[in-house]
Ligand binder design. Structure first.
Ligand SMILES: NC(=O)c1ccc[n+]([C@@H]2O[C@H](COP(=O)([O-])OP(=O)(O)OC[C@H]3O[C@@H](n4cnc5c(N)ncnc54)[C@H](OP(=O)(O)O)[C@@H]3O)[C@@H](O)[C@H]2O)c1
Length: 149
């Protein structure tokens, strides 16, 4: 099984790549500026602002699973629109996509949130994440923030 980790060089992506290679999966990971250090993974440069690049990586890698662990911070073209481009391209290949989101889409006004809660982000990084709704993604994770990002 081949796993493609988008944003594999980042904080979360590094751990995902470590877990995937450690479990013996063929692992391909992407970076925007600098590849990650895991030499067991194959690295591709990828800018989510460019649909052509997403398609080229998908066509070459033909993964069985894609995990989106990218983040462009407050950059709308990456953080809000990038996952939509990714989901549309991945759907074309019929590949399952796990999209990692964040609890930053919520203001924190409530003491408990579940998937039925409406996002009400307050921060510059939370707002573009509210926009990203990958229509074909079967799985969206919104982990709590252990570290600032
Ligand atoms: N870190 C946390 O504590 C935390 C908590 C909750 C949720 N999350 C969520 O988890 C996801 C990953 O967060 P993170 O903290 O691991 O992010 P991060 O460390 O900032 O890593 C971001 C990744 O995205 C890549 N990237 C940047 N610009 C890109 C572009 N234009 N196109 C494609 N890839 C690009 C980066 O590549 P380069 O390194 O080469 O620039 C890097 O691999 C985000 O959705 C975040 O909201 C994180």
């Amino acid at each position: 099984m081949t796993t493609l980790v988008i944003g594999g060089s980042g904080f979360l992506g590094t751990e995902l790549v470590q877990q995937a290679t450690g479990a013996g999966y063929m692992t391909v990971a992407t970076y925007a500026t600098k590849p990650g250090k895991n030499s067991q993974a194959m690295w591709h440069t990828l800018d989510l602002r460019d649909p052509g690049q997403i398609d080229a990586v998908m066509a070459e890698v033909r993964p069985h699973l894609v995990i989106n662990a990218s983040s462009g911070g407050a950059d709308w073209a990456v953080t809000a629109e990038g996952p939509i481009r990714l989901a549309m391209t991945v759907a074309k290949y019929g590949t399952p996509l796990i999209h990692v989101s964040t609890d930053a889409v919520f203001s924190g006004a409530r003491s408990h949130y579940d998937e039925s809660c409406r996002p009400d982000p307050l921060t510059r990084t939370g707002r573009p994440k509210r926009r990203r709704r990958p229509v074909s993604s079967p799985c969206i994770r919104r982990p709590q923030s252990p570290v600032p990002h």
